[in-house]
Design a protein around this ligand. Sequence first.
Ligand SMILES: O=C(CO)[C@H](O)[C@H](O)COP(=O)(O)O
Length: 252
Amino acid sequence: MSPPAVIAPSILSADFAELGKACSDTMNQGADWLHVDIMDGHFVPNMTFGAPVVTKIRSHVDRPTGAYGRGTFDCHMMIAEPKRWVRDFQKAGCDLYCFHYEAAVSSTAADTPAGTSTAKTSPKELISFIHGLGMQAGIAIKPKTPVDVLWDILENPVKEEVPDMVLVMTVEPGFGGQSFMASELPKVTALRERYPDLHIEVDGGLSEKTIDQAADAGANVIVAGSAVFGATDPGEVIGKLRDAVESRRGKL
Ligand SMILES: O=C(CO)[C@H](O)[C@H](O)COP(=O)(O)O
């Protein structure tokens, strides 16, 4: 059986002038995790905020009591230098640091503010580094990246180098409110067939209209921004998304 449903509202669609309140409100409405989108204007054509803001909003939500627990801050790092910011986000209260495969393999191994190293950042080393700082590690792939790049990373006997979660983007990263790309779901199916226990997250265009397809494919961690924050009753939407995933768990 696949892992339990996790509903992670994306605060990208929240009112940034009231971000702390938006975080506590959405938790009170039934969210499991908070999905925190970090964009640097380089890896994606948009910018959000950095670790100082995460530090501030962290105090509005109780820390999870264990791995994947309620209140997990799921930080989706849409940034060009994923290794550079690991320590800052750990200090800020990130629980799950999810970096992009594409950024890791094309960036330098910068772990200094100056970013002077020219060595490539290996995803396995980066995962181990994240685990070493006590966080869960996630790896994300964009729509144009084939799922095959992940097999070597997932089929690794060295446990510290294996990600706890894979994020399959169902839109091009950068903006909320885009249309769901069902073309990405075969990646989810392939992952679920091989890894029944893996947390598989989908992000982009998830709503009451698209959740059944994502749940049928085997996704269990559901990110939803505009569908939750734009709803008249966000709690009802969160409940429907969870029910759709839970109703399929025994069948996958
Ligand atoms: O990572 C993201 C964009 O890059 C967002 O998390 C995602 O798009 C959620 O927004 P919506 O549910 O409105 O599509």
